[in-house]
Design a protein around this ligand. Structure first.
Ligand SMILES: Nc1ncnc2c1ncn2[C@@H]1O[C@H](COP(=O)(O)OP(=O)(O)OP(=O)(O)O)[C@@H](O)[C@H]1O
Ligand SMILES: Nc1nc2c(c(=O)[nH]1)N=C(CO)CN2
Length: 189
């Protein structure tokens, strides 16, 4: 008997004609050095220019008090980008690092040192990874109001893998020092 593929058996979110899974991606952006808004806008533009990466949402901009950061660190601007992509997660990580480099991100040994641009992958579909180069879902994002609040603005019903509804996570997180900047906006081409 000839076996025909079962159209209902698709383990990834969905499949393109080339059989690459389309994954929904949540990217967190942050900057607390230099021209903060320009750096975030540059990251949005660079992400939107990435082949096979389709930006579906850009959050409001928040000004946030630095968390777990060295004394004297300035306030961050934070935002979240949602996208659909067929790119493998490792390629996305390379792209995120290249975008940071383009904004003169300096990498020091000081933990959470001030930075011109941080591009973090929060969730990439149902992809899981536990390597230094790529940890997915992001191991700290579920407790960071500066990620959860802008994500919640875009997707109030979203669920963080293994952690639960982001609305609940946001309630549990410390949101003091997370203030919406209605005077600042990020554009998507
Ligand atoms: N999900 C991820 N998103 C971004 N970088 C990651 C991720 N998983 C692993 N990394 C690795 O982390 C390194 C970047 O660390 P970085 O100094 O930017 O961390 P951080 O942004 O300061 O801290 P945190 O990870 O707590 O936000 C890179 O080498 C990158 O490959
Ligand atoms: N408010 C705020 N604090 C942080 C941030 C950030 O983006 N915003 N990023 C960090 C390391 O990635 C450490 N602390």
């Amino acid at each position: 008997m000839t076996e025909t593929p079962n159209p209902n058996l698709v383990d990834a979110d969905s499949l393109t004609g080339e059989m690459h899974p389309i994954r929904r991606v949540v990217v967190a952006l942050g900057s607390n050095l230099g021209e903060r808004l320009s750096s975030l806008q540059g990251a949005v533009d660079a992400l939107a220019d990435t082949p096979d990466f389709f930006v579906t949402g850009v959050s409001p901009v928040y000004e946030t008090a630095p968390v777990d950061s060295p004394d004297g660190s300035g306030p961050y601007l934070n935002a979240v980008v949602l996208a659909d992509t067929t790119l493998p997660a490792a390629r996305l990580m390379e792209r995120a690092l290249a975008i940071e480099d383009a904004y003169e991100r300096e990498r020091t040994h000081v933990r959470n040192a001030p930075r011109t641009l941080d591009v973090d992958l929060v969730v990439v579909g149902d992809r899981r990874s536990d390597e230094d180069f790529l940890r997915l879902p992001h191991p700290r994002a579920h407790e960071r109001a500066f990620v959860l609040q802008p994500w919640h603005d875009l997707e109030p019903d979203a669920v963080f893998p293994d952690r639960g509804p982001i609305a609940d996570l946001l309630m549990a997180a410390d949101s003091t020092g997370v203030k919406k900047r209605d005077d600042l906006t990020l554009e998507v081409e």
